[in-house]
Design a binder for this molecule. Sequence first.
Ligand SMILES: [Zn+2]
Ligand SMILES: [Zn+2]
Length: 170
Amino acid sequence: METICPHCRGEVPREAKYCLHCGRLVDNFQYCQECHEPISIEAKRCCYCAQKVPTDRDVQIQSFNKIIVADRLGSFLTGRGGFTNLFHPPRLEVSHGRILVTKWSFFGLREHQQEIRVDRVASVQYTQGIIWGGILIETFGGATEDINQKGFDQADAREMSQKLKEILSV
Ligand SMILES: [Zn+2]
Ligand SMILES: [Zn+2]
């Protein structure tokens, strides 16, 4: 039985580890997601384009996408936005390795966004309120970058913080 070398398209025996024609590895390879060249399954970086090969953790982080919106009354009572929170409750979005918090200023006139990359996250905590739950995300960037958002439905906040902890292993 013959198989095709992914590098030079030459025919090689199925059991071969190296190509008879170009001498490169034909066993245990994967395709680079960036340039689609075949590289070793153990490579941490592509030898053709230098793109980092995503780890299982990277894949998990990139594929976790979720949005939770604060409870209107909850964010009114626990947040700083006052009445604006009743009409435009803050939301917390995780997508493609980023955490984004959107809040509105006075009566929704202006949107404030705070965005951090998940690799800046040092710890994630669920903060238990009496009626509503919150999420505290501490970053390596210090207190100014931290996210401390309250007023979510308790189950939403608990689920989001658990999932974040799990995928980030923090
Ligand atoms: Zn070959
Ligand atoms: Zn590549």
